[in-house]
Every structure is written in structure tokens, then in C-alpha cells.
Design a protein around this ligand. Structure first.
Ligand code: GTP
Ligand code: MG
Length: 363
């Protein structure tokens, strides 16, 4: 692609820069004027964003999440301040994590449930944690199209997974995004995570309830047990219970229920159950929600919800604390050099890992 010259063709020969222009599509001339372009970006107005979020402005909510997701150091302080100021307005939603193997129908289910909840008068925010999204951008694109009807609704807010960075970083951003959505009066927060490895445990640590979506006949009915995912779930939904698959889904749900009795409960005193649904046809959605409400009653009455949120708050702090310590350590050039030398010594068998620890911490 050739770079376009900024001097128009009709410029008289030997003319200077006085005829130069910047062409920016979709912008007016004043916005695109060189004077404006050279100005530094205005500082982020935290007060304006805060007021906008509290008024339920989705554009400003979106901008705030972008700020929280930014990996740039100079945004950290602003993001921290904003989240802190909005914290007293947060915490009033129900936070639900939804997991399941790729293609189980999580996004379709969220769309179906989300629209149903909006019809009941709720405001629904959907966030995603997808550790694989940095490798394949597929899920993000897919989610956008699959939740089309929900995303068009004014009482919904959908945010795909923050891309880039390690899962720990993504988790911090999602926790902060939850706070922002709650401050904007979203009373149901649905967090989709793809069923691979560590991400379920991470999502479990930031939600009130955890739902596992499964499908029958894919040979993965009981795979969850192996991976320990079933023991994290408060509700299991066998999705795609429609057409030829209806019977198989019902049988799978029955089998799961008999197995669940032998597993440890994810939530104290709550027997996790399996039931069927069809996200595509919208069947079993109300029944799934009834189960969510019974769960909420259970955890509220016994003080489990308060306790869980306190523990999660502490874990959030501890995660950030560890992250900050490591960052602080490596921000110092001498520490980085010492670390590299010690790693090298360990590799060459000159230093044992435990001795290395004393050395790196200068004990
Ligand atoms: N028959 C049937 N198909 C469904 C149902 N729910 C989802 N699907 C289909 O299953 C496919 C995957 O659905 P998604 O909702 O994208 O699944 P997902 O779990 O979000 O997938 P990833 O985000 O890629 O992990 C799509 O083609 C859906 O149309 C259902 O209840 N019945
Ligand atoms: Mg999806």
C-alpha cells in the first residue's frame, strides 16, 4: 500500500506546506486540523466518567472499562481512583459465572437468559474471560454475532474478553469491570469463560454462583469430574435439549444427578443439580433461573454470600499485592540483573532453588 501524500495534486508547483492537508475519514475539517492533531490528548476526566457511569451512560461505562483494561502505566492511577470512588455504589448485583467446553452454547444461553431477564425488568451486563482469545480471536468475533439481539437492547451491556496479558491480569480487569457495571446499575452480571484449565477457578473466585453448561453425547458428560470442574458448579445445565437430542440430554442430566450426590458441594449445604435446557429454543431457561433464585435464597439466609464476597475481596487484594510486589521488584534494573544471574546459576546446577530464594530476597 502506498502512502498518500498530504499535498493535494492541484497544489501549484514549488508550493510550500501551506497547501498541506490531513484527510481523516469520518471527521470534520476542524477536528482533523493539524493544530488539533498535534495537541496532546486531554486528561481523562474521572469526575465526568464517574457521573456518567452513575447515570447509566453506556458509552462512558465502555470508556471506563477501556481505562481499566489499559496496560499502560499512566492509566493505572486513574483506573484505580475511578474504581475506588465507584466501589460504594457497587456490590448490589448478582454475579454469575458461566463455563463449559467450547461450543457448549454459553453465548447462546447468555443471550437467551439475558433477554428473558431484561423482560423481567433486569439490567444485564455480560463480561467474558477467555485466556485463549489472544491466540485465536475467534471467540470474540463469534460472541459479538451470537449475542446480537441482546447487544442491541438498551438494558444490556456486553464486553468481550480483554485481550493481551496473562490470566491474572485479565482477572484483575474483569473484577474491576464488575464494579463499574454494578455502579452503572446492572443488577445481573454474567461472566462467560471458556472451559479450559485455570480460567474456571479464576472466575469462581469472583462470582456468587457458578453454572456449568454441558452437552450430551459429546462424550464429555463426566469429563468435568476429572478436571474437578463439576465440584466448582452450583448448577449444571445440559444444553441443546432439543430435536433429536432431547432424550439424550435428559438421560445425561439424570446420570449427572446420580453422580453429583457423591461429589463435594461447591457451596456449603447446597446440593448441585443438573437439569436440561435449550438455549436455542428458549426452553428450560425459566427453570434454570428458578434454580438460581433458590440458590440465592440459600446463600443469603445462611450468610454464605456475605462471607464469600469478603473472602473474594481479600483474595482480590492478595492477588493484586503479589502482582504489585513482582512488578515493583522487576522495575529495579539491579534486581532484574540479579534475578537473571540467579536463574542462570540454577540452570547450571550451581545453586539450589531454596538457596537462590534467600539470595534473591537478600536474606
Ligand atoms: N440445537 C442447539 N444448538 C445450540 C444450542 N445452543 C447453542 N447452540 C449452537 O451451538 C453452537 C455454539 O454455540 P455458542 O453459544 O457459540 O457456544 P459457546 O459455548 O459460547 O462457544 P465458545 O464461546 O466458542 O466457547 C452454535 O452453532 C449455536 O447455534 C441449543 O440449545 N440447541
Ligand atoms: Mg461463546
Amino acid at each position: 500500500m502506498t502512502k498518500k501524500t498530504s499535498i493535494p495534486e492541484w497544489t501549484p508547483p514549488n508550493a510550500g506546506k501551506e497547501f498541506a492537508s490531513r484527510v481523516v475519514h469520518g471527521k470534520t475539517n476542524t477536528e482533523a486540523s493539524p493544530q488539533n492533531a498535534s495537541k496532546p490528548k486531554p486528561n481523562i476526566d474521572i469526575e465526568e466518567i464517574k457521573a456518567g457511569i452513575l447515570a447509566g451512560n453506556r458509552t462512558l461505562l465502555s470508556r471506563a472499562i477501556t481505562l481499566v483494561e489499559s496496560n499502560s502505566r499512566r492509566h493505572f492511577e486513574d483506573a484505580r481512583k475511578l474504581v475506588n470512588e465507584l466501589l460504594p455504589h457497587a456490590g448490589k448485583s448478582l454475579r454469575i459465572g458461566i463455563t463449559g467446553t467450547p461450543g457448549a452454547g454459553k453465548s447462546t444461553f447468555i443471550e437467551s437468559l439475558g433477554l428473558w431477564l431484561i423482560n423481567q425488568g433486569h439490567k444485564v451486563a455480560v463480561l467474558a474471560i477467555d485466556p485463549s482469545s489472544t491466540i485465536s480471536k475467534g471467540s470474540i468475533l463469534g460472541d459479538k454475532t451470537r449475542m446480537e439481539a441482546l447487544s442491541r437492547h438498551q438494558n444490556s451491556f456486553i464486553r468481550p474478553s480483554p485481550s493481551g496479558g496473562i490470566l491474572g491480569g485479565v482477572a484483575r480487569k474483569t473484577r474491576e469491570s464488575i464494579i463499574l457495571c454494578e455502579a452503572a446499575a446492572y443488577d445481573i452480571i454474567l461472566i462467560e469463560t471458556v472451559g479450559v484449565g485455570q480460567s474456571e477457578i479464576t472466575v469462581r473466585s469472583m462470582v456468587d454462583m457458578f453454572v456449568l453448561l454441558q452437552i450430551a453425547g459429546a462424550g464429555d458428560e463426566l469429563q468435568g469430574i476429572k478436571k474437578g470442574i463439576m465440584e466448582l458448579a452450583d448448577l449444571i445445565l445440559v444444553n441443546k435439549a432439543d430435536g433429536d437430542n432431547l432424550m439424550r440430554a435428559q438421560i445425561a442430566a439424570g446420570e449427572l444427578n446420580s453422580v453429583l450426590h457423591y461429589l463435594q458441594n461447591a457451596t456449603e449445604g447446597w446440593q448441585t443439580k443438573a437439569q436440561t435446557c435449550s438455549a436455542l429454543e428458549g426452553t428450560g431457561i425459566q427453570e434454570a433461573w428458578d434454580m438460581v433464585l433458590s440458590f440465592v435464597d440459600h446463600v443469603k439466609e445462611r450468610g454464605i454470600l456475605t462471607q464469600r464476597r469478603q473472602q473474594q475481596g481479600l483474595q482480590w487484594f492478595n492477588d493484586m499485592f503479589k502482582e504489585a510486589l513482582v512488578q515493583h521488584f522487576f522495575a529495579n534494573e539491579a534486581n532484574l540483573t540479579r534475578y537473571n544471574r540467579i536463574v542462570n546459576d540454577i540452570n547450571q546446577g550451581k545453586l539450589s532453588p531454596s538457596l537462590a530464594l534467600s539470595e534473591i530476597l537478600l536474606l
